[in-house]
Design a protein around this ligand. Structure first.
Ligand SMILES: [Zn+2]
Length: 305
């Protein structure tokens, strides 16, 4: 029987599902747990099997300076081989594994676009909107989907009502990803109104709203404007504040709504990460004329739903 040519996936999600199925089957045969996904091993095995003429033969830490988090590089001797690199100054296993997933995404999706190396910055790892850079967003979607497959991720987060960043720590360990990547994944699928805000030196560097929050018109345009952190926010108070989670009244993060903030300062030494959870339903934008402010208790109650 002639070998049937299997059609290549054309999307990041398609590739992630393809690789994920192979990994899942192999782990079942070996009677090993499915997670975390060991990208360094998979990248080499999978590429050797599927693309024997252009395999990934090197996965290594490399001195990439302060600017780059990872890279996909063709072997300079032009023999068809590829290497993927992560910045050897990074100590977080989760950040390294996510970076390798991102570079494997570039390999599967983009290596044939050009034979030039692709160098990726920390900001590239956070690009989820194609406005920023289409291939970076694609590489992230691939890594996110490969490392945190939706079937398992939904089960793990099914009890999340008003999560704190601390609740994402077990997920970071389960999937061996950065905390930021796990939070972004949840924001992508949740029905809650929530947002991640990454800030530096008192200013918002970038933020990402869940689709329901975005729909109610709550977001920051931090890429276009300079936006200072609210002075009373935990992110602005810094690591010495007495608490790492707090339900702020209306007027701190949002003029009209109380917002539940949790914060960590550890993942990137120079940055604060806040997770903001808003009430289940946003204020009605058409009711501005009503002079009655909603009772505070009612708004707090909405958090419990
Ligand atoms: Zn990249």
């Amino acid at each position: 029987m002639g070998q049937e040519k299997i059609k290549r996936p054309s999307t990041p999600e398609g590739w992630a599902a393809r690789v994920s199925a192979v990994v899942k089957a192999a782990r079942e045969i070996q009677k090993l747990p499915r997670f975390p996904i060991d990208v360094a091993a998979i990248a080499q095995d999978y590429s050797r099997n599927v693309f024997p003429d252009s395999p990934i033969t090197l996965v290594e830490g490399e001195k990439l300076g302060t600017k780059f988090e990872g890279a996909l590089v063709p072997n300079p001797t032009n023999n068809g081989e590829w290497g993927i690199f992560y910045n050897s100054s990074i100590k977080s296993k989760g950040r390294i594994n996510f970076t390798l997933g991102h570079e494997l995404g570039h390999y599967l999706l983009h290596r044939e676009n050009s034979s030039n190396p692709i160098f990726c910055s920390r900001r590239d790892m956070w690009a989820w909107d194609s406005e920023y850079g289409k291939i970076e967003a694609e590489a992230n979607r691939f890594a996110s989907q490969l490392l945190m497959p939706p079937d398992d991720f939904r089960v793990q987060t099914s009890e999340f009502r008003r999560p704190t960043l601390a609740q994402f720590e077990p997920l970071r360990d389960r999937y061996e990803v950065s905390l930021t990547a796990a939070v972004l994944k949840w924001l992508e699928i949740t029905t809650r109104r929530a947002m991640i805000v990454v800030s530096k030196d008192g200013f918002i560097d970038w933020s990402w709203s869940s689709p329901p929050l975005l729909k109610s018109g709550v977001y920051f345009k931090a890429r276009q404007q300079t936006i200072p952190l609210p002075a009373a926010s935990l992110a602005a108070l810094g690591p010495k504040a007495a608490t790492s989670e707090f339900l702020h009244p209306a007027g701190v993060w949002n003029g009209r709504e109380p917002v539940f903030e949790s914060v960590i300062f550890a993942e990137y030494h120079d940055m604060a990460i806040s997770l903001l959870v808003y009430p289940a339903e946003g204020p009605n934008r058409w009711s501005n004329e009503l002079d009655e402010e909603p009772a505070l208790e009612d708004t707090f109650e909405r958090f419990q739903r």
